[in-house]
Design a protein around this ligand. Structure first.
Ligand SMILES: CCCCC/C=C\C/C=C\CCCCCCCC(=O)SCCNC(=O)CCNC(=O)[C@H](O)C(C)(C)COP(=O)(O)OP(=O)(O)OC[C@H]1O[C@@H](n2cnc3c(N)ncnc32)[C@H](O)[C@@H]1OP(=O)(O)O
Ligand SMILES: CCCCCCCCCCCCCCCCCC(=O)OC[C@@H](O)COP(=O)(O)O
Length: 377
């Protein structure tokens, strides 16, 4: 067991995982570009094809979490709501304090069959990330600049486009707008105080505009909000490098299904509703800290083999040409080819490090970090 663990953290294993991910990802991005003319002829068919192409990329990261690191995910939820998951459109509201929260989200999407089609309100900067960000254009992910004056029009338009989406999806919203850091927490609690809102211990104060605009624009096509609270056992702070090194974590997710009809239409009432939701989420986190579990029964959505099958397919397809290339490089080794290979590998490593950096909280943006001038009147 310890030997296997050591093997997983070996540089050559990491290289293989990255090689398969990057090369297959770029091939899929190219295939996505090839679907562009199809959008003019049959938009729904183009969307269905892109859902499957997108699955081929995001499921590789799910495979890394589930099959490589062996991370386990436990779901706490009402058994009556459980059969609806994956069989309806939903808005997912999730806390944002862990570096791999999006990845755990993807794992649950996969288990309920909505990984390819799922959406998120994401910051614009992520659209430039190779492979993942480029894939998102074709999956109609909604991007925002976190500048309301600009976002109110563009976000509403992107959401309207999703009204006739041909397959069930979950729309993820991190209402906190940025990842939790002590400084951002302190500043957002000053804002809470100035608004006369109770302080939160485990969350930043939620931004309400994105939630309101999402609910308003998807009303009639989305059935419910899934209020989701994620935590990791033993106070762990998991990260992507840990996953790629084969480190096992245990995620607990608490999901409450709230029918969309219960959410007020009026903007101010909707904002008050969201603030109350976050106060409840805070109490669930407190419960977890005290007892090590969320309230209610647990269910284990079955793990599906497709993420692993997809990864094995790409590995078989891409490792053979890599072997040939390496053999040729070694046999014709000249100083120029060696230098060129080292230069390419270094550039790719830097790119890879930058991509991983996107998930790291200590490289988080300065959004929510600036002192605000509060008006208490
Ligand atoms: C478990 C199942 C999981 C299922 C997973 C499903 C799908 C997965 C699919 C993909 C996974 C990929 C994951 C990728 C993750 C990427 C996520 C991100 O990029 S998060 C960042 C982007 N998203 C958001 O920001 C969403 C939340 N934000 C908003 O809603 C904002 O309102 C906004 C629409 C972006 C606009 O932002 P802006 O800053 O311009 O306006 P605001 O209204 O927010 O700000 C003014 C408002 O806020 C008050 N204020 C000021 N400072 C603060 C502060 N520090 N904290 C809180 N509030 C603050 C200020 O007083 C104003 O208040 P008011 O409105 O009352 O005037
Ligand atoms: C087998 C596969 C292995 C390969 C691993 C591939 C790793 C690819 C890494 C690229 C990941 C790109 C997706 C990043 C998603 C990050 C989500 C996130 O957490 O964004 C942060 C924002 O919400 C808020 O930003 P901040 O304001 O906190 O700043």
């Amino acid at each position: 067991m310890a030997l296997l663990q050591q093997l997983k953290s070996q540089f050559v294993c990491q290289m293989i995982i990255w090689y398969v991910f990057l090369v297959s990802g770029l091939i899929i991005n190219l295939l996505q570009i090839c679907t562009l003319p199809l959008w003019l002829v049959s938009k729904q068919l183009a969307r269905r094809i892109n859902i499957r192409l997108g699955y081929c990329i995001s499921s590789q990261m799910v495979a890394a979490l589930e099959w490589w690191s062996g991370t386990e995910c436990t779901l706490y939820t009402d058994p009556k709501s459980y059969p609806l998951y994956g069989n309806e459109n939903a808005i997912v509201v999730l806390n944002h304090s862990h570096e791999i929260d999006f990845l755990c989200g993807w794992t649950f999407c996969d288990r309920f069959g909505v990984l390819g089609s799922s959406k998120v309100l994401a910051k614009k900067e992520l659209s430039y990330v190779p492979v993942i960000g480029w894939m998102w254009y074709f999956l109609e992910i909604v991007f925002c600049k976190r500048k309301w004056e600009e976002d109110r029009r563009t976000v509403a338009q992107s959401l309207q486009n999703l009204r006739d989406y041909p397959e069930n999806y979950w729309f993820l919203l991190f209402c906190e707008g940025t990842r939790f850091t002590p400084k951002k927490h302190q500043i957002s609690m000053q804002v809470a105080e100035s608004k006369g809102l109770p302080k939160l211990k485990y969350h930043l104060l939620p931004r309400t505009k994105g939630f309101w605009i999402t609910v308003q624009n998807l009303r009639g096509t989305v059935a419910a909000v899934y209020d989701s609270t994620l935590n990791f056992r033993n106070n762990e702070a998991p990260n992507l490098l840990g996953v790629l090194n084969g480190r096992k974590y245990h995620a607990d997710l608490y999901v409450r299904r709230i029918p969309l009809e219960l959410i007020p239409e009026d903007e101010a009432e909707c904002a008050a509703w969201l603030h109350k939701l976050y106060q409840e989420k805070d109490s669930f986190q407190e419960h977890y800290t005290q007892t090590g579990r969320f309230p209610g029964p647990t269910v284990s959505p079955p793990q599906r083999p497709w993420a692993l099958i997809n990864w094995l397919f790409w590995a078989c397809l891409l490792l053979y040409p890599l072997g040939l290339l390496l053999a040729q490089l070694i046999s014709t080794a000249s100083i120029t080819t060696i230098l060129a290979s080292v230069a390419v590998c270094s550039a790719v490593s830097l790119g890879v490090r930058w991509m991983i950096g996107q998930t790291e909280i200590n490289r988080s943006s300065s959004y929510g970090n600036k002192e605000v001038h509060l008006n208490n009147n």
